[in-house]
Design a binder for this molecule. Structure first.
Ligand code: PEP
Ligand code: MG
Length: 328
């Protein structure tokens, strides 16, 4: 089976009734791009940049960040790369910034992700400078984690334009026009405000890992309540659907890059909700593509409509299992 899946690498992901789905890879380390390409990734839908900041006492320099990003972009040979700015805090610790959980009353709700970058302005500027320099190497998009407020996007955009201006004056080559600036939708408030956020963001990436956690008030790392952590909860599905619809109204791209994007059983539901762009860990790509090739979009939409009338996560899981049965 592995060999036949490998042969799918250069086959586009198209449903039986001709709907094209983009399949991209989540990447956490520069050396992963080879595997992403080998598994048929059409781009990097989520580059987590935490690797540059973890397990060290000093922040990475602009040059170090630039070189790592350039290596990744070069490794993708012209395929687009979506670079997320530092998502520190919460369960992702960065000792150089003092984001240890003990220093925050509630790390998941504290100074993390884009909030931390906006507070440490030099850190944000350095990262944006490295990203913009890397944008000369190939198509790139910039993604902001844990946005909850339109002002956060405006502020980063202002910062990006200042950094770009400064680089241009120093005759340093960067992408022209500037890279699209998008946001993670991974907090319920952001999903509810998706129409408004679509006015300031160029694209959405739905992060179902955190969206599930914040919607259900279940810590991703808390074992005692892990049995309640469920992206199939109808409240989570509603927020995904709201976000997809808002993106469609605003004519901006939307992708899903949480774990569910690489779950062959969940993918038909995402497609039925209107998602056409999935980003997942590379090893899931062939299986997901295989499922999409056998899928009828019209049926996926019908099944999703039925599922969206349900209120019980258990019942939703059963309906989805019933849909997927003949494929697993
Ligand atoms: C998510 O929250 O779904 C996501 C993709 O980001 P991360 O897992 O890096 O928090
Ligand atoms: Mg997240």
């Amino acid at each position: 089976e592995v060999r036949s899946l490998a042969r799918l690498r250069d086959v586009p992901a198209v449903t039986k009734d001709d709907h094209r789905v983009a399949l991209q890879a989540n990447v956490e380390l520069p050396r992963e791009t080879g595997q992403a390409v080998a598994n048929g990734a059409e781009g990097v839908g989520l580059l987590r940049t935490e690797f540059l900041f973890m397990n060290r006492d000093e922040l990475p320099t602009e040059q170090e960040q630039y070189e790592a990003l350039a290596e990744i972009i070069d490794g993708m040979s012209g395929r687009p790369v979506t670079v997320r700015t530092l998502d520190a805090g919460g369960e992702k610790l960065v000792s150089a910034l003092g984001t240890a959980p003990s220093e925050s009353l509630n790390p998941a709700l504290g100074l993390r992700a884009i909030r931390l970058s906006l507070k440490h302005r030099d850190l944000l500027e350095t990262q944006l400078r490295a990203i913009l320099r890397a944008s000369a190497h190939g198509p790139l998009r910039i993604l902001l984690p844990m946005v909850t407020h339109p002002g956060e996007v405006r502020e980063v955009r202002r910062c990006m334009m200042e950094v770009a201006e400064e680089l241009k004056q120093r005759d340093i080559r960067i992408a022209d026009p500037l890279p699209p600036l998008g946001i993670m939708i991974e907090v319920p408030g952001a999903a509810l405000l998706a129409d408004g956020l679509a006015k300031v963001a160029d694209f959405f990436a739905i992060g179902t890992n955190d969206l599930t956690m914040y919607t259900l008030a279940i810590d991703r790392a808390e074992e005692q309540v892990a049995y309640l952590y469920n992206p199939l909860h109808p409240a989570v599905l509603k927020l995904i659907s709201l976000t997809v619809e808002a993106a469609r109204r605003a004519h901006i791209p939307v992708s899903v890059c949480g774990e569910v994007a690489g779950d062959v059983n969940f993918v038909p539901l995402l497609l039925g909700l209107g998602v056409r762009d999935l980003s997942m860990s590379s090893n899931a790509l062939p299986r997901v593509k295989n499922r999409i090739l056998q899928l009828d979009m019209a049926e996926a939409v019908r099944r999703a409509e039925t599922i969206m009338t349900q209120h019980d996560p258990g019942r939703i899981a059963m309906l989805l299992q019933d849909y997927n049965e003949r494929f697993t």
